[in-house]
Design a binder for this molecule. Structure first.
Ligand SMILES: Cc1ncc(COP(=O)(O)O)c(C=O)c1O
Length: 380
């Protein structure tokens, strides 16, 4: 096992940017006040939380008061789905619509709500992982409270036509929630351009720490809290604010906003170089996900004749992910690849390589060499 393999798993989580660490440290050391306290310690914490709120809002084109800090993207997704569903029941809207490639933090609450009596439609995707707009249009009616679709898929990086889906939802007075956990910091995300009512962010996907998330809630959106407490975050997410993590998220959002265009260009160039290198050397290699409507950092490939986990075990110079998981000694295929219609063999051969801020050209070359070498050893 290599001590420090090349990190190609930025979609799982990113390291915390050293500038983000520097920004948060004073809020662990000296500025430890509770933002609700009426003295200088409290005021300092409160000011920092509000500055971070403005930074996060600026990243996604929102108003500061539309930003609700949560403990994770999972929590933000649960709050959006359950909060809107409950708030709109009185209007007689008891249906929810989603896609078949959502992260478990949307898919599982949807299934729980289905078990509790809500009508849930899971729309299929095409072979590239995209929803078809005619099927979305057919799935939405005036009884639908909420449509929830991710902006970018975590496994294959495919982007959904969110603006068009939101417009279809709004024709029926249906609200639109978007899980943008994988998109923020990698591609431009603007709540007004997308025309969405609720949107989820995850700090640890764009160089802030784990355990901090955001739910953007457009002003006027009906939403019931899941937790009840002392009224923090406009009563939508009570609990004393995680000031250091919120400050970190604000700094990460600022860095993402100012660096996004250049970083996305670099990521895409390196990702495409990696793809080209592997494609030249491995006959039968196939891309999972959309060729162009895709995150600039994500490369999900199926290697012929081997299983993804075997390949990664043999290429221990790199740290990457497979979509499959081992359950009771059997490899279970990725639900996302299955929804895209991949054969079992192709799905089991999949590896996700996701690049980030600290990936270098030299690392990409080494990673390609390691993967090609491992594949040749296993497939021969
Ligand atoms: C698309 C998407 N949504 C939500 C999440 C959940 O994030 P967290 O585990 O930080 O709650 C993830 C994390 O992998 C994700 O990729």
């Amino acid at each position: 096992m290599h001590e420090a393999p090349i990190y190609l798993d930025y979609n799982a989580t990113t390291p915390v940017d050293p500038r983000v660490v520097e920004a948060m440290l004073p809020y662990l050391r000296e500025h430890y006040g509770n933002p609700s306290s009426d003295h200088v310690y409290g005021r300092r914490a409160r000011t920092a939380v509000e500055a971070a709120r403005a930074e996060v809002a600026a990243l996604i084109g929102a108003q500061a008061e539309e930003i609700v800090f949560t403990g994770s993207a999972t929590e933000a997704n649960n709050l959006a789905l359950q909060g809107v569903a409950r708030a709109r029941l009185a209007e007689g809207r008891a249906l929810l619509v989603t896609s078949s490639v959502e992260h478990p933090s949307v898919a599982r609450p949807m299934r729980k709500m289905a078990a509790e009596g809500w009508g849930v439609t899971e729309l299929p995707v095409d072979a590239a992982g995209r929803l078809r707009l005619n099927e979305v249009a057919n799935g939405i009616s005036p009884d639908v409270a909420l449509v929830s679709v991710m902006l970018a898929n975590n496994e294959v990086g495919t982007l959904q036509p969110i603006r068009e889906i939101a417009a279809l939802a709004h024709e029926h007075g249906t609200l639109m929630h978007v899980d943008a956990a994988q998109a923020a910091g990698k591609i431009p995300v603007d709540v007004n351009e997308l025309g969405v009512d609720l949107l989820t962010l995850a700090g640890h996907k764009f160089y802030a720490p784990k355990g901090i998330g955001v739910l953007y809630v457009r002003r006027g959106t009906p939403l019931q809290p899941i937790f009840h407490g002392a009224g923090h975050e406009r009563g939508l997410r009570p609990g004393t604010e995680n000031v250091p993590h919120i400050v970190a998220l604000g700094e990460a959002a600022r860095l993402a906003r100012i660096g996004l265009t250049e970083e996305a260009r670099l990521l895409e160039r390196r990702r495409d170089a990696l793809q080209a290198h592997l494609t030249r050397s491995i006959p039968g290699l196939s891309l999972n996900g959309h060729a162009s409507e895709r995150l600039p950092n994500t490369l999900n490939l199926s290697f012929p004749g081997v299983q993804g986990w075997q390949l990664l075990a043999a290429a221990d110079e790199i740290a990457a992910a497979t979509g499959s998981a081992c359950h009771a000694g059997e490899q279970a295929v990725s639900g996302v690849l299955a929804a895209m219609g991949c054969t079992r063999e192709r799905a089991l051969g999949a590896v996700r390589l996701s690049l980030g801020r600290y990936s270098t050209d030299a690392e990409i070359d080494q990673a390609a060499t390691a993967l090609i070498g491992a594949w040749r050893r296993l497939a021969s």
